[in-house]
Write a protein that binds this ligand. Structure first.
Ligand code: ADP
Ligand code: MG
Length: 290
């Protein structure tokens, strides 16, 4: 039978916006010593602003028009930002054959032109050479009918409490805080540096994130660690990693249904500081139970 204090612990957590899907996860949360965060939308706001537009053979408005239309049906935070940047009245141009490729970008036909919008990995996959850009930020390339059409620089900001969250986890005795991202190395290093992350892995495809978490789990096991590994993410692509971690955590308010479904713990708030709070609460409950 489950001790009554578990229910008090689960109830107390839920009142603080932390939903724990069972007493075993409360117990696991108490002994987490490794935390792995996804970057976009978890540690950063996931609300990108367009900071520069560099078209080739067209004007800025045309480049933004193409990007916004290709992204018309995407729910990725990058898509939302590109659509917001192109605040024009909806026009009747035809968008067909849309193909969203995780960790790459989106391809579609716009007014019978084949358009690709995504990162350098996507350009490489299509054999299109892009022009290097010196700006800091996330760079979104656009190609039209197999030719380079320019790039758009967008930038995200870290959440107000992300640095405090990393600090609080360290203070709780969490030995290592990692960050995983599909974004470029330069952007990833900049964010990780600001937040006091112990180690960062960048330019990962969604499947690479699963592999990385498996590697970390294997390394812990080899070292004889009893501590648990938690992964925190919010996106559709995060569901497989959330399932793989000892404690899979979804950020609920902005998160995808798939991530919430896969999670053992849901943080209703978008604030990563909630995790350290939840961990302290879990530990307190375990002390009462034992
Ligand atoms: P993160 O790991 O930061 O959550 P994702 O795995 O969702 O990021 O995406 C990784 C990268 O793939 C993005 O930084 C971007 O370069 C590219 N990408 C993904 N989806 C899109 C999209 N809808 N439009 C443009 N680029 C995208
Ligand atoms: Mg993500």
């Amino acid at each position: 039978s489950i001790p009554l204090s578990f229910f008090a612990g689960l109830g107390g957590a839920s009142r603080q916006g932390v939903l724990i899907k069972g007493s075993n996860y409360l117990e696991a949360l108490a002994s987490v010593d490794t935390v792995v965060f996804d970057k976009t939308g978890t540690l950063t706001k996931g609300v990108f602003e367009v900071t520069a537009v560099h078209p080739e053979k067209m004007d800025e408005k045309q480049l933004l028009h193409l990007a916004a239309h290709v992204e018309r049906f995407s729910t990725h935070p990058i898509a939302a930002s590109l659509k917001a940047a192109y605040r024009n009245e909806a026009d009747d141009c035809a968008v067909e054959d849309i193909e969203e490729i995780a960790g790459h970008g989106v391809r579609a036909r716009v007014n019978d032109h084949k358009i690709s919008v995504g990162n350098s990995r996507m350009m490489e996959a299509e054999g299109i050479s892009w022009h290097d850009c010196t700006h800091t930020g996330t760079i979104i390339h656009v190609a039209m009918d197999g030719e380079y059409a320019g790039h758009i620089v967008i930038s995200d900001v870290v959440k107000e409490d992300s640095a405090k969250a990393v600090e609080a986890l360290h203070r709780n005795g969490v030995a290592e805080v990692f960050m995983l991202t599909g974004d470029a190395e330069k952007v990833a290093a900049e964010v990780a540096g600001k937040l006091g992350i112990d180690k960062v892995y960048s330019e990962l495809l969604p499947a690479d994130k699963v592999t990385k978490v498996e590697e970390l789990l294997a390394a812990k096991q080899a070292a004889g660690s009893q501590g648990k590994l938690a992964f925190v993410g919010d996106g559709i692509n995060d569901a497989p990693v959330i399932s793989r971690a000892d404690v899979g955590i979804a950020m609920g308010a902005m998160g995808s249904d798939a991530a919430i479904e896969a999670a053992d713990v849901v943080l209703m708030d978008d604030n990563p500081l909630q995790l350290a709070k939840a961990q302290r609460l879990a530990r307190k409950t375990m002390r009462i139970v034992r």
